[in-house]
Design a protein around this ligand. Structure first.
Ligand SMILES: [Mn+2]
Length: 403
């Protein structure tokens, strides 16, 4: 035991010395790897390799689930991956409480315990971290807080650049026929998946523009207490062209631009007050079905899952989760809280019910950590919700059997 400890220390000293020489020799701060104590796949490094407690969950620098940090939009432009977590720290489209620009950092902090025991998902019978996919944290898209129009373009460009990067893993073969799977995208290519950490909900407009570039019109599953399809004159009053694009209107614009598949998209957890019944007529025209939050009392999580699956079918689908779909008792740290929502458990159950759907990418938005409890309830809920999404993604490749 003593010998082992001593040799580990010697190795560590040598590594540290080597790193120091490199840093001085190259004068290139971009070459530094601050998180190189994290390996892929998740693996404890030192000391006490292969013990789950070796790389303490409360130590180190936060990435989502302690995944390796890859500077996907910086020096690591050629590094392939299968699923990337990507921050979009934008919150200048909010109507009530600001602060979602700190969402990506908060969610990463809330996620640090996800792999403490290895990360195996019992109900879904999968460990998404050990499913053969390369998972990375790409850090944040650089987003200006001074100019919404420019920021929205930055988010679209950053997301699009990653979405069109080659994947690390091949799509694989159909388990029944043994033939290679065919990509489900509109451009015929196999794309990696991106899970975006918001940011306020406005970011979904540029994200859907990016998704369109690979998948064309897309079905959307949207969990939220609000519709977010409001016309700019109804939500915000549209005093300027830029004010017309905000976290209550982005789906209206996405629909106007033809980014959303009409009829196979659906909201869940809706419970907002309205300007009047016309808001629902406008929502219908934007292409969405609706599940009210209160329906959980009558049809339960099974009934809600059934409605979603019947609406989406086997089409490629984009998943957008507003943390305010969860009741503020469980997730208080959000921009526009609404009581009467689902519990964290209920939303997680519903997300697991999407097992088998082709979720091409996803986001979680409106996490504003400044309003959280000291127990980090909201950022933990956000991270755990994404763990279910990640597990569903890991089980279902974005391919279909050849005809
Ligand atoms: Mn929303």
């Amino acid at each position: 035991m003593h010998l082992l400890t001593r040799s580990s220390l010697v190795v560590a000293v040598v590594i540290a010395a080597t790193a120091a020489v490199h840093a001085h020799g190259e004068h290139d701060h971009d070459m530094q790897m601050p998180l190189d104590y994290v390996k892929f796949p998740y693996q404890a490094v030192y000391p006490g390799d292969n013990e789950v407690t070796a790389d303490s969950v409360f130590s180190g620098i936060a990435t989502f689930a302690k995944l390796p940090w890859v500077q996907c939009l910086g020096k690591d432009k050629t590094v392939p991956f299968d699923i990337a977590f990507l921050g979009a720290p934008f919150d200048t489209g909010t109507s009530y409480r600001p602060g979602a620009r700190f969402g990506p950092a908060g969610i990463r902090a809330g996620s640090r315990r996800l792999t403490l025991y290895g990360g195996y998902n019992v109900p879904l019978t999968v460990n998404p971290f050990l499913a053969g996919l390369k998972l990375v944290d790409c850090g944040d898209i650089p987003v200006t807080p001074y100019d919404n129009k420019f920021a929205i373009k930055q988010i679209e460009d950053g997301h699009k650049e990653l979405l069109h990067r080659p994947t690390f893993s091949a799509l694989g073969n159909d388990t029944i026929t043994g033939k290679p799977l065919v990509p489900i995208s509109a451009d015929g290519k196999h794309h990696p998946r991106i899970i975006t950490l918001g940011g306020d909900h406005t970011i979904v407009l540029p994200l859907l523009r990016s998704i369109y570039s690979a998948y064309g019109q897309i079905s959307v599953i949207h969990f939220d207490s609000h519709l977010d399809t409001w016309k700019p004159e109804v939500f915000g009053g549209a005093p300027s062209e830029q004010a017309a694009i905000n976290h209550g209107t982005y789906f209206y614009w996405a629909s106007q631009e033809g980014l959303i598949k009409n009829g196979s998209s659906i909201h869940g957890a809706i419970r907002t007050t309205l300007s009047g019944p016309a808001d629902y007529a406008n929502d219908d025209a934007s292409g969405f079905q609706r599940i009210e939050a209160r329906e959980i009392d009558t049809i339960g999580t099974d009934g809600i899952i059934k409605k979603i699956r019947e609406t989406v079918g086997d089409k490629p689908v984009y998943l957008s989760i507003d943390i305010d779909s969860i009741d503020p008792a469980f997730a208080p740290a959000t921009g526009t809280p609404e009581t009467g929502g689902w519990s964290t458990r209920e939303l997680r159950t519903i997300l697991r019910g999407l097992d088998g759907l082709h979720i091409v990418s996803a986001d979680i938005v409106e996490v504003a950590p400044a309003y959280d409890t000291n127990a980090e309830l909201t950022t933990m809920a956000a991270a755990d919700v994404l763990y279910e999404v990640l597990s569903v993604m890991a089980k279902t490749p974005l391919g279909k059997a050849a005809e």
